[in-house]
Ligand binder design. Structure first.
Ligand SMILES: Nc1ncnc2c1ncn2[C@@H]1O[C@H](COP(=O)(O)OP(=O)(O)O)[C@@H](O)[C@H]1O
Ligand SMILES: Nc1ccn([C@H]2C[C@H](O)[C@@H](COP(=O)(O)OP(=O)(O)O)O2)c(=O)n1
Length: 238
């Protein structure tokens, strides 16, 4: 059998706090697949623009900065890395400042085209070789099932109620989901998704995309639900 015949590309999209990153990473780990966090690439691009003094309001300059972005992403699910111009920015891209400004890059269509090209290149490298030796990749974001890898073997839309997503993010960032923490988190979840939704559709499953609603599932149950979808798709291909 050719390597390509056993390769599996899993695409996962969904809104902020639905569990895309944690669930996709664990699914990749259990299946021995690479893990591609495409949101980290948008965050790295935003960090780079700020580092280079590129005003995020200048769409032409942002697009040029993203084309020049010296970005290397590591796809080992046990330790994914994001390196820009030789600097490990894995922590720096998770700050509230980046979270509150990343939509400026995510809504720039030329920046999307450039990052989409790079994401397709990583997926193709993992489908045929790369870190996973051709076993494949779990790629997660907002437009992976629809634009970046619409031909993925498995396509999942991971959803959760706004209430559940806000509470998860509040706990992650503030250690509690009390009223103050929920209100401090709202911009990062609700406003950002509203802004991002103007250029990419990730609230409703496209044709052929399986919806997994994690509102009433814990992390382990959500991982198992996605693994089930992968197993069913693999069974159908066999
Ligand atoms: N099904 C779930 N049940 C409870 N907590 C979850 C679940 N999925 C994710 N989480 C937690 O919610 C937070 C946000 O998850 P994350 O994977 O970053 O979401 P996303 O990538 O969709 O924004 C993390 O702290 C994660 O551990
Ligand atoms: N494929 C993708 C991935 C992320 N984005 C955008 C949407 C988000 O505002 C940023 C950051 O994505 P990320 O997945 O890290 O966001 P979360 O904090 O997990 O909600 O990038 C996108 O437009 N397309």
């Amino acid at each position: 059998m050719e390597v390509g015949d056993v390769s599996t590309v899993v695409a996962v999209d969904g809104p902020s706090g639905s569990g895309k990153s944690s669930v996709s990473r664990e699914v990749a780990r259990r299946l021995g697949l690479a893990f591609l966090d495409t949101g980290a690439m948008y965050r790295a691009a935003t960090w780079w623009c700020l580092d280079q003094g590129v005003p995020l309001t200048d769409q032409v300059a942002v697009a040029q900065a993203v084309r020049d972005l010296p970005l290397v992403v590591g796809v080992d699910p046990d330790g994914p890395t994001v390196v820009v111009d030789g600097r490990d920015v894995g922590v720096a891209i998770r700050t509230t400042e980046i979270s509150s400004r990343v939509s400026a890059v995510a809504t720039n269509l030329e920046a999307r085209a450039e990052l989409g090209r790079r994401q397709r290149a990583v997926i193709e490298a993992e489908r045929t070789g790369g870190w996973s030796d051709g076993r494949g990749v779990v790629a997660e974001g907002r437009d992976i099932t629809t634009v970046v890898a619409p031909d993925a073997d498995v396509r999942v839309l991971l959803t959760a109620s706004e209430e559940a997503r806000l509470a998860r993010r509040a706990r992650e960032l503030h250690g509690t989901a009390d009223a103050a923490a929920l209100s401090a988190t709202r911009d990062q979840v609700v406003r950002r998704d509203a802004d991002d939704s103007t250029v990419v559709q990730f609230q409703v499953a496209a044709d052929g995309v399986v919806t997994v609603d994690s509102s009433d599932l814990d992390l382990e149950q959500t991982v198992e639900a996605v693994l089930d979808v992968v197993e069913r798709a693999r069974g159908a291909r066999a």
